[in-house]
Design a protein around this ligand. Structure first.
Ligand SMILES: C=C(O[C@@H]1C=C(C(=O)O)C=C[C@H]1O)C(=O)O
Length: 373
């Protein structure tokens, strides 16, 4: 006992020396990596030319991160290690020019959180007021990519996002999943007993419905444009002595200086939202991909059955099917289908060909790497 006590002051400086020396090696290696990435960028510039050059390669980044996770032996966990490499790549890419990423804002939304998770922190993030504005910002070239929510495990599909693909030529370049934790937030200068209204986005109110019924049955639920906006309104109200609460996530809580009165109030502990990355790029196969299609079916008996049969015939695994009204004809429908694989894979391209024979329109919204983080 007394020996090990005496050993600590001797080993602590030694361990710290060792850490210092490892850090300087890591730093050298990171810069060596960054120089390599710069050279890759020069090659891309020479090959593609000034105007059309695309530095960001989603399939390559997914492969790098998957390899990091595969070879990881700990003690750091796979995801933790991948997050570190995520940021290293983000910094390397930003050496060219930080990418401008439009997302469903305002500042502090889960979509912003998803954008940072997918691209790392070395980006310029551009909050947009609505999902179709995110699409427009990318279509006009003002932003390199956009991030929009597409489905939540508790509340289902985000219709605005699916509908935006009807008239857009943008491609899906990636997906990212985010565990969604909601908190009840209030301004520190109000009394929770006085609260009569709870603000949040309609999706978040729905994801906390049972909790609200149980603990706040008499508070009026007010749907606003985003949960970050709800947090901003609650902070504003608090400054004016009005007792309003908000349901929002961690970054909105910090951003608006609110007090977390109840944490993790979502009804389902596995509450997860999936987001899509949209851009102007066709992403080559990464080895583990997904494809999204938009299909306008002919209005005839068995139309959906025949579409689905093509997947079964060629052993392609369909992961999602959503239906939206077509708007072109009354009671006509558009189907959104996700399946495992890249549209250039043999089985997938055969399925797409067969769907084209049956449907009035088949639009490949994109093939993209399955979310790594
Ligand atoms: C370096 C490259 O360009 C970018 C940077 C990457 C990286 O830092 O590893 C990976 C893919 C691209 O987004 C590349 O294409 O290899």
């Amino acid at each position: 006992m007394s020996n090990s006590k005496r050993a600590v002051p001797d080993t602590l400086p030694l361990l710290r020396d060792r850490i210092d020396s490892i850090d300087s090696q890591i730093q050298l290696l990171i810069n060596e990596r960054a120089s390599c990435a710069q050279k890759v960028a020069e090659v891309k510039l020479a090959e593609q030319g000034d105007d059309s050059v695309v530095f960001y390669r989603p399939e390559r980044e997914a492969q790098v991160l998957r390899r990091v996770m595969e070879r990881n032996e700990g003690p750091l966990g796979n995801e933790e290690m991948a997050k570190i490499f995520r940021q290293v790549m983000s910094s390397c890419l930003a050496l060219e020019k930080p990418m401008r990423i439009a997302f469903l804002g305002p500042e502090g939304t889960f979509t912003q959180q998803a954008a940072l998770k997918h691209f790392g922190k070395s980006i310029v993030s551009a909050p947009m007021a609505a999902i179709d504005e995110v699409f427009r910002e990318v279509e006009s070239g003002a932003a390199n990519y956009g991030v929009v929510p597409v489905e939540n495990s508790t509340e289902g599909v985000v219709n605005h996002t699916l509908d935006s693909f009807r008239d857009s030529q943008l491609k899906i370049c990636g997906e990212v999943e985010e565990r969604i934790h909601h908190h009840l937030l209030m301004s520190p200068n109000i009394n929770s007993d006085d609260v009569t209204h709870i603000y949040s986005h309609q999706q978040s109110l729905a994801q906390c419905r049972a909790w609200l019924d149980r603990y706040w049955p008499h508070a009026e639920r007010v749907a606003v444009s985003s949960n970050a906006e709800a947090a901003r309104l609650a902070a504003d109200a608090g400054r004016n002595g009005r007792a309003v609460a908000a349901i929002a996530g961690e970054i909105a809580c910090e951003l608006y200086g609110l007090l977390k009165v109840s944490a993790n109030i979502e009804d389902r502990p596995d509450n997860t939202t999936r987001f899509l990355i949209v851009g102007n790029q066709e992403v080559p196969a990464s080895g583990k991909d997904k494809t999204s299609l938009l299909i306008s079916a002919k209005n005839e008996p068995g139309a959906l059955y025949h579409l689905l049969a093509a997947f079964e015939r060629h052993g392609v695994d369909m992961t999602r099917l959503e239906t939206r009204p077509s708007l072109m004809s009354r009671w006509g429908y558009i189907f959104y289908i996700d399946f495992v694989g890249h549209h250039s894979d043999d089985a997938c391209s055969t399925v797409i060909e067969e769907l084209r024979e049956r449907a009035s329109e088949v639009k490949v919204l994109g093939s993209y790497p399955v979310a790594v983080l």
